[in-house]
Design a protein around this ligand. Structure first.
Ligand SMILES: Nc1ncnc2c1ncn2[C@@H]1O[C@H](COP(=O)(O)OP(=O)(O)O)[C@@H](O)[C@H]1O
Ligand SMILES: O=P(O)(O)OC[C@H]1O[C@](O)(COP(=O)(O)O)[C@@H](O)[C@@H]1O
Ligand SMILES: [Mg+2]
Length: 324
């Protein structure tokens, strides 16, 4: 069946993530090394529907491994949830001679991949999202860069927070998942971490803790708040009123999604890109490339999307102990 794959399509979808370019480069060059042709689809599923399809040769992916963002551009395409649109997309793939598609994106993009596979297109997904919110994998492209970027920003905020003896609330991305918040909380030694998976909205507890910490001589109080909880600015106002400690909120926003990928993101994204081509050429389809328990592997899309994972209770509990 693998020998039937002559042309591989590749697209990026959903939020961009640093390392996506490394994955695109790996797909293109691994495919070429196996004698396959590659077509790049611009702007995710939206570009597929608009037939924004270009031939990709080895030279087209030079000088991108170190760059954030995605050279193929990305988009969110709400209409891709409609069955007739998915059918149209499959017909476009066939029209352009695309025998297999590599889809680099997050959980939403994998639902699109699942539907394309149901329309008879060979599809392989690669997890690309800063949020780490894909259950089948311990690694997603971009998370490592995003948490390092956020950590460095929070270090800077800590300097000014200490100097002014303030409470600083820093809101990090993650959609409804708290992985970025938990990692930053641990890496930045935050006094408190608010995670959508754990938070019980007991603000009085936070207020009491701030007052206690001040009595013990702490110069600042850093709260990492996850986007899934949000409302950091109003929380800062309430904390200031209740504690008398000046409070400021910073929403880090899209700066977390940009920038040059870390070594880990380049290496893992390259490995996943090549792996996706390998399994497509072996005749596999409807799979998600994952990294689990220290190994690269692949899972059926339906099974992958049905899996669940949660924040580590242990890491969350030690974060509390380490912040005293
Ligand atoms: N249930 C679905 N069925 C088909 N396509 C979907 C579905 N959910 C999301 N998609 C497609 O995937 C795109 C990216 O999803 P989104 O959740 O925004 O980002 P991510 O893939 O990074 O999680 C959506 O804009 C849409 O085109
Ligand atoms: O770029 P937008 O449309 O503002 O979306 C913001 C969302 O995208 C993310 O940065 C990445 O999410 P996805 O990878 O699922 O697209 C989330 O953390 C955030 O909630
Ligand atoms: Mg997502």
């Amino acid at each position: 069946m693998g020998k039937d794959i002559k042309t591989i399509g590749v697209l990026t979808s959903g939020g961009d993530a640093p390392g996506m370019n490394a994955a695109i480069r790996a797909v293109v060059r691994q495919a070429i090394s196996k004698g396959k042709k590659v077509k790049g689809i611009k702007r995710g599923y939206a570009g597929l529907l608009d037939e924004e399809i270009v031939d990709l040769e080895a030279k087209h992916v030079s000088d991108i491994i170190q760059r954030g963002g995605t050279m193929l551009l990305t988009a969110r395409c709400p209409e891709f949830k409609e069955p007739e649109v998915q059918q149209q997309a499959a017909e476009i793939c066939r029209k352009h001679g695309i025998d297999g598609m590599v889809i680099i994106g997050g959980d939403g993009s994998f639902r699109g991949a699942q539907k394309l596979a149901a329309q008879g297109i060979n599809t392989i997904g690669i997890p690309g999202t800063i949020d780490l919110d894909i259950a089948c994998t311990d690694y997603t492209i971009g998370f490592d860069t995003a948490v390092n970027t956020a950590m460095q920003a929070i270090d800077k905020i800590r300097d000014t927070s200490t100097s002014h003896e303030r409470c600083s609330i820093i809101e990090v991305m993650g959609r409804s998942a708290g992985y970025i918040a938990l990692w930053c909380g641990l890496a930045n030694g935050a006094e408190r971490i608010l995670l959508p998976e754990k938070y019980n909205y007991d603000e009085q507890k936070i207020v009491n803790s701030i007052i206690e910490n001040r009595k013990r001589g702490k110069k600042h109080y850093i709260i990492i708040n996850a986007e899934g909880i949000g409302h950091s600015t109003s929380l800062a106002r309430r904390i200031e009123a209740a504690t008398g400690m000046e409070a400021r909120a910073t929403i880090l926003g899209h700066m977390q999604r940009g920038g040059s990928p870390t070594c880990k993101d380049r290496v893992y994204a390259s490995t996943m890109g090549a792996y996706a081509v390998d399994i497509l050429c072996e005749g596999k389809s409807k799979r998600i490339v994952s990294y689990r328990d220290g190994k690269f592997c692949d899972d059926d899309v339906d099974e992958a999307l049905a899996m669940t994972k949660d924040i580590s209770d242990y890491q969350y509990s030690i974060a509390k102990n380490l912040s005293i």
